[in-house]
Design a protein around this ligand. Structure first.
Ligand code: SF4
Length: 460
């Protein structure tokens, strides 16, 4: 399966790509299926009522991740990439008050979110920890359409029928197909192309020239950093977590150029940028998956750090950064996972750090072998990292963790640039190790909030 840079970097809303964006997109797909009528139960009447059942991690941490809210908005016709927050709030209030919903192109139906969204705390659905079932019934109570969706991380959604299946007919004809890092490196060696150029050529064949879209992705990422740095106050959700990125940034600005700035201040700049994004994400603001919402701060932080603190950086180089990062993220998603519910946080912040390390190494002049080395170092030192968000909110440990991921990404790229690309652990071996580690990880540490910090941190 070809994974485009725009599959890995998607504009959406916080706080979670798998628990907010995915369920909203699943609801949109369900509406499309209802409108088309092709899969409706023969003999059923017009849809008159909707219901949703959330399973596994979507049930356990769904309230903290605003999954129920996302389902309501998706069923009301909203999409993450175009959502107008004011209109969304009005629609939520109207649906809660009336118990009815009127999606575009469909009749008004009964739907009371408090009654018709069910959190099922039993065993998860068989194919993935993030499962949900959407159902429509007619006025006589007969089933009109029922569909099971899996939100598999990073805002990707598949039905039960599509799960794990690749449709060869739907695959574009690519000039440089690759499925793993070894394949990518051999293309680079054979053609003399950079990893960014290889990914770009595939993008052109699959979707057309990516430049305008890449510039838009960076504009949204950059605006998200700026909004996060300008904001203060408490984040929603009841944990009383205060925004810190803005205050850190103001101190860094005051120290800049003076002898008050410590030699390691670069780490603080990276943390401030990353935390700004993840504080925006926790507040439900607009972010770009990179490759998920929970890990959305790492890649933008390293790009901003490069642009603002490294001589010779250029806006045009951001495109190569994103393309390189996407090539690495695609390999990880294909061969392991980017879902915290599937493999823990090593799959989210670990993958983001690998992508950022690769992008940073590339724009700093690294060879393809050094880029692969940078990604491997960053991922290797996230192996085993669990996902244990306190109260199911994407705040503790997620916000600070993105700062740490960005710091590790820069350190990994720097180490790789000091070598010649030869190293002991190939990236493909590291990715497979992450997959196996995730498989062995107890479910309490995979976005269920049943273990780790989620149970040991005293209630505030
Ligand atoms: S701990 Fe990591 S994987 Fe889990 S929600 Fe937070 S950022 Fe995502």
């Amino acid at each position: 399966m070809f994974l485009s840079v725009f599959d890995l970097f998607k504009i959406g809303i916080g706080p979670s790509s798998s628990h907010t964006m995915g369920p909203m997109l699943a609801a949109a797909r369900f509406l499309d299926a209802l409108r088309s009528g092709a899969e409706r139960v023969p003999g059923s009447g017009a849809p008159a009522a909707l219901a949703c059942r959330l399973h596994g991690s979507l049930a356990f941490t769904g309230r903290g991740h605003a999954t129920d809210r996302a389902v309501v908005l998706g069923l009301a016709g909203f999409r993450p990439d175009t959502l107008d927050p004011d209109r969304a709030e009005q629609a939520l209030a109207r649906i809660a008050a009336s118990g009815r919903i009127a999606p575009p192109g469909l009749p008004e139906m009964a739907f009371d979110p408090a009654r018709d969204i069910h959190f099922d705390y039993g065993p998860p659905l068989p194919l993935h920890p993030n499962g949900m079932v959407l159902a429509a019934r007619d006025a006589a109570g007969n089933a009109v359409l029922e569909e099971t969706y899996y939100s598999v991380g990073g805002g990707f959604v598949v039905t039960a029928r599509e799960f794990g299946r690749e449709d060869p007919a739907a695959q574009p004809d690519l000039p440089h197909p690759f499925t793993d890092a070894a394949g990518l490196l051999s293309i680079a060696e054979r053609t003399g192309l950079s990893i960014a150029a290889i990914q770009r050529a595939n993008e052109v064949a699959a979707r057309g020239a990516p430049e305008a879209g890449l510039d838009r992705i960076w504009a949204v990422m950059s605006a998200c950093i700026d909004r996060g740095l300008a904001a203060d106050g408490e984040l929603p959700g009841g944990l009383k977590v205060r925004r810190r990125a803005g205050a850190i940034h103001r101190k860094l600005l005051a120290e800049r150029g003076s002898n008050l700035a410590p030699p390691h201040a670069g780490n603080d700049w990276l943390s401030a940028y990353a935390m700004a994004v993840n504080e925006e994400n926790a507040a439900g603001g607009q972010v770009v998956t990179a490759p998920t919402n929970g890990a959305a701060g790492v890649v933008p932080a390293v790009i901003r750090y490069w642009l603002d603190h490294v001589p010779g950086a250029s806006r045009r180089g951001v495109r190569d950064f994103l393309l390189t990062a996407a090539a690495i993220g695609g390999i990880i998603k294909r061969n392991a996972s980017i879902s915290g519910a599937e493999v823990g946080c090593q799959g989210e912040v670990g993958s983001a750090a690998a992508m950022a390390a690769a992008g940073f190494c590339a724009v700093m002049g690294g060879s393809p072998a050094q880029v692969e080395n940078a990604a491997e170092i960053a991922l290797e030192h996230h192996l085993g990292m669990t996902c244990d968000p306190v109260r199911g909110l994407v705040q503790i440990p997620c916000i600070e963790r993105n700062g740490m991921g960005a710091i590790k990404a820069v350190a990994a790229a720097s180490l790789a640039l000091r070598g010649d690309g030869r190293h002991a652990v190939p990236l493909d071996v590291c990715i497979e190790t992450m997959r196996q580690t995730g498989q062995d990880m107890d479910h309490r540490y995979k976005e269920t909030s049943l273990g780790g910090l989620a149970v040991n941190l005293p209630e505030c």
